[in-house]
Write a new protein. Structure first.
Length: 94
């Protein structure tokens, strides 16, 4: 999930978790037993992912890497792979 922050992931999961609720007939919402609500599925995540947008840009990641190289625990480039992401077309980027 390239460019997704922890907050983005939390929102994505929250949106997916609403899938089962949205599938319930509105006339039954107040009276349905929780055991009758279907579990969250992969499809719910796919729908949520189609609506979610990543908030971390490649320039943000590069700035974090630069800061880490100068001040961070992993400075010196020994953990550069932590900042390498793979684009959807398979190219590697910072």
């Amino acid at each position: 999930m390239i460019g997704y922050s922890g907050s983005d992931m939390k929102s994505l999961c929250g949106e997916a978790a609403m899938g089962p609720i949205r599938s319930i007939d509105t006339t039954m919402l107040l009276s349905i037993d929780s055991a009758a609500v279907r579990p969250v599925t992969t499809e719910d995540f796919e729908v949520a992912f189609a609506q979610a947008r990543a908030s971390v840009s490649q320039s943000d990641l590069a700035a974090l890497k630069d800061w880490n190289d100068q001040f961070g625990s992993f400075k010196g480039g020994e953990y550069d792979s932590l900042f390498v992401t793979e684009t959807l077309d398979g190219d590697k980027e910072l």
